[in-house]
Design a protein around this ligand. Structure first.
Ligand SMILES: *Cc1c(COP(=O)(O)O)cnc(C)c1O
Length: 386
């Protein structure tokens, strides 16, 4: 590295590092958690977990909800409940989190990776159609960084062909497509309540569904495979993925001010969009897509690859100015873990690869307007270093 100069903006920064995200926890959140602790019913069997499930299901218009300890666990049990196995193909984007892939690999099925759309960084129905084969049994479709995938069209295709569809709304909670809410597409939707998500429980996740049979299976899969026949009689090798009561209390309190949390998230993104408008050498996220406005789960920036500056170098420069960032996802079709499951020589997916090399996101959750001004200035200066 080396060679980075001191800039004017270094002088205006506070001494403190700006983390990439800091959750919004208020006095009410703290009181709700304290209540649970005082009552002493802290396990996943506590009534407040069921209460959080009902509230979350209502928020996205689903009939059933199964709270778990992470969004990744939610994907694990949802993929397991889909019943896929060897000889089946599962379609998912390359540009997403590895959580979408893990249980697909463990099940013995074959992942089929889609490239992303260049403008929305999400998958399209067109790409999905091209990837279909008679062996396709499951599709996992996330909404990335606050813009929607074409999941309405993909849902129709899946219905016609008897393909199970899991919607991953971890980053898309609050989006609407036409008259429908994200969280209500497909057979199951997974949510994440990780610390950087719009509603947080610290660590946590959920599967929501309208299918009662799936709901029962999911509840068993998160709870050691306990069957209704007799306690300690097990028909499946399942997980302990339960959500503790303290987490549910935090989640419930956060969910009660969802509209405010979402509006704040959007406003931070809109602010960055204004600050960085016309900055040379970068592409900003689309402000809207499929008739829906970006909810900016994070504010991603894509460097022009022609400039020859990659995301890792720029991130280092921003870190030197006290600014935390994250790189974009590393494409799944290039993950070393694929080889362990016998999958090698994946086809090139140029957009996912470009996003992986040249994308990063800026501090957003928990930032003040002044911090965002500083971040935007620093980014513009860091881009000018030869
Ligand atoms: C955060 C996230 C998950 C996983 O959630 P965790 O709670 O961190 O396990 C899954 N999918 C997407 C798209 C995410 O952003």
């Amino acid at each position: 590295m080396g060679g980075d100069l001191l800039f004017e903006s270094d002088l205006v920064t506070s001494q403190t590092f700006i983390p990439v995200s800091r959750p919004s926890i208020n006095a009410h959140d703290i009181e709700k958690v304290a209540e649970v602790l005082r009552e002493g019913w802290v396990s996943g069997d506590a009534p407040i977990v069921a209460e959080f499930e009902r509230a979350a299901a209502a928020r996205v218009g689903r009939s059933f909800a199964i709270a778990v300890n992470s969004g990744t666990s939610a994907l694990d049990i949802a993929v397991e409940a889909s019943g896929i196995g060897a000889n089946d193909e599962v379609i998912l984007p390359s540009f997403t989190i590895v959580s979408c892939l893990n249980q697909v690999l463990r099940s013995g099925a074959t992942p089929i990776f889609l490239d992303s759309d260049r403008n929305s960084w999400n998958v399209t129905a067109e790409a999905f159609l091209k990837a279909l084969t008679p062996r396709t049994r499951l599709a996992i479709i996330p909404h990335i960084y606050g813009l929607p995938a074409e999941i309405d069209k993909i849902e129709t295709i899946c219905r016609e062909r008897g393909i199970t569809l899991i919607e991953d709304a971890a980053e898309g909670l609050g989006l609407e497509l036409g008259s429908r809410r994200v969280g209500g597409f497909g057979d199951m939707t997974i949510l994440s309540f990780y610390a950087n998500k719009v509603v947080t429980t610290g660590e946590g996740g959920m599967v929501v569904t309208d299918n009662e049979l799936l709901a029962e299976q999911l509840a068993t899969l998160r709870n050691l495979g306990f069957s209704s026949r007799r306690r300690f009689v097990h028909e499946t090798a399942a997980w302990v993925n339960r959500m503790p009561a303290t987490a549910a209390a935090l989640g419930l309190s956060q969910l009660n001010r969802f509209d405010e949390l979402l509006a704040d998230q959007r406003a931070r993104g809109v602010h960055y969009d204004q600050l960085l408008d016309d900055t040379e050498g970068i592409r900003l996220p689309a402000t809207d897509w499929l008739g829906t406005e970006n909810i900016y789960w994070v504010f991603g920036v894509l460097l022009d690859k022609e400039k020859g500056l990659d995301a890792q170098t720029l991130m280092k420069r921003l870190e030197n100015r006290g600014i935390g960032t994250r790189p974009f996802f590393f494409p799944l079709h290039r993950q070393p873990l694929l080889a362990k499951f016998g999958f090698q020589d994946q086809l090139a997916l140029p957009i996912a690869e470009e996003l992986g090399d040249f994308g990063l996101y800026l501090p957003s959750l928990g930032t003040s307007p002044e911090q965002r001004v500083y971040v935007a200035q620093s980014l513009q200066e860091a881009l000018k270093i030869p």
